[in-house]
Write a protein that binds this ligand. Structure first.
Ligand code: NAD
Length: 372
């Protein structure tokens, strides 16, 4: 690839996120920003959570009690009893509860500024597009959608509505992950040579939607391997030009038509390569960065709490353990309030979904897939 093409590949990664220089000449999205100043309740940005599953109940609602600019404003659910109970527990009026059928009426609710889509992956596009058409800003869980075409439709809907679209990539706000990128850019241990990343979890419930290709859009890769992909792309600071993947299944009852484990590699324009594993067979999460004067990394790399860093020169790699969900929602709330672009826009979600699509094509054909 020519230098010019390399340059445009790197620019593609850095644009769309308001890549203003921050501390240490890092793009803004790679800098750890202090929590915003608490806004008075009446001036907070209202979030409607669509889907009251595990992430909503265990992470997002508790996080919205810790946020300084975002607040819980509405719930959307197919289960009226659950929605009423959760609303009551959180002091929400019943008028701020919607079903999937009444969802579009959210357009008339001035309490709601942002619709946060926390549904099975194949439903992300529909509800994000409906939310944008209702005139709301949209925050959507990862993976952004199940096909690149759906991602493009979501971006088009938000653009047409003049609203922001953000993707729930919480690690863009997590200090250890940000430090990994800073260390690489600052070349503290020399020039980047090689990256290895592993991300895995074990789906607990054999009946859950994650194991149903129609609802999940794929297997471990779309759910957890996407974190390995994110880590590698952001440490590399450029986009892959070629990918290769092989899918394996050890439990054919549980994983009928989705990847249990996907071993994949990516080649970058600079010559840096990444070797990755995504799996539904083990709870694993690690990133190793090899530079020419040493190595550094994270393990665990992607959990909600307890992330740890290491570096071969023995220097400390210790940061505060933060509420990643409060940080991501407050950041998006500030972006909406101040009219600033989010560091995790729809274009970023689309890049991952395009690469995952290429990885699955490589696994299906047994061939490398070139990316342009
Ligand atoms: P979950 O199964 O706990 O919740 C899913 C919700 O969707 C439930 O409220 C369920 O009732 C509702 N739903 C509506 N239609 C459904 C259907 N046809 N089938 C199944 N459920 C249906 O899932 P979750 O773990 O909360 O995940 C939701 C989204 O959040 C997913 O996109 C997932 O990738 C994402 N997620 C992100 C993180 C993160 O760290 N950012 C962590 C977990 C989940």
């Amino acid at each position: 690839m020519s230098d010019r093409a390399q340059g445009s590949s790197r620019r593609a990664l850095l644009t769309g996120i308001g890549a203003a220089a921050g501390a240490l000449a890092l793009p803004r999205r790679h800098a750890f920003s202090a929590p915003p100043v608490a806004a008075p309740p009446a001036r907070r940005i209202g979030f409607a959570l669509v889907g009251i599953g595990k992430l909503t109940q265990k992470q997002l609602i508790p996080a919205l009690r810790a946020t300084k600019v975002a607040r819980l404003a509405a719930l959307v659910s197919g289960h009226a009893d659950k929605a009423k109970r959760v609303a009551a527990e959180n002091g929400l009026a019943e008028r701020n509860i919607y079903s999937y059928e009444t969802f579009d009426r959210i357009a008339d609710n001035p309490d709601v500024d942002v619709v946060y889509v926390v549904l099975p992956n194949s439903m992300h596009a529909e509800y994000s597009i409906r939310a944008a058409r209702a005139g709301k800003h949209v925050y959507c869980e990862k993976p952004m959608a199940v096909t690149p075409a759906e991602c493009e439709q979501m971006i088009a809907a938000a653009t047409k509505a003049g609203r922001q679209l953000g993707i729930g990539y919480r690690l863009h706000f997590e200090p250890y992950n940000l430090e990994l990128i800073r260390l690489t850019r600052a070349r503290e241990l020399g020039a980047l040579k090689f990256i290895a990343a592993t991300a895995g979890t074990i789906p607990a419930d054999p009946k859950e939607w994650r194991l149903d290709k129609k609802l999940a859009g794929g297997g471990s890769m779309v759910d957890i391997g996407i974190y390995a992909l994110q880590a590698v792309r952001h440490v590399a600071g450029e986009e892959p030009i070629s990918v290769s993947a092989r899918a394996t299944v050890t439990d054919r009852t549980k994983f009928k038509d989705i990847d249990e484990t996907l071993a994949f590699s990516m080649t970058f324009p600079s010559g840096v390569v990444a070797s990755c594993v995504s799996t539904y067979a083990a709870h694993v999460s690690r990133v190793d960065v090899a530079a020419d004067r040493g190595k550094f990394g994270l393990e665990p790399a992607l959990y909600y709490h307890g992330i740890k860093g290491f570096r071969s020169d023995g220097k400390p790699f210790v940061f505060p353990d933060i509420d990643q969900f409060a940080a991501e929602m407050d950041d998006f709330a500030v972006c909406v309030r101040d009219g600033k672009p989010t560091r995790v826009p729809g274009e970023e979600g689309l890049r991952d979904v395009r690469i995952i699509d290429a990885l699955y094509r490589s696994a299906a054909t047994g061939r490398d897939v070139k990316l342009t």
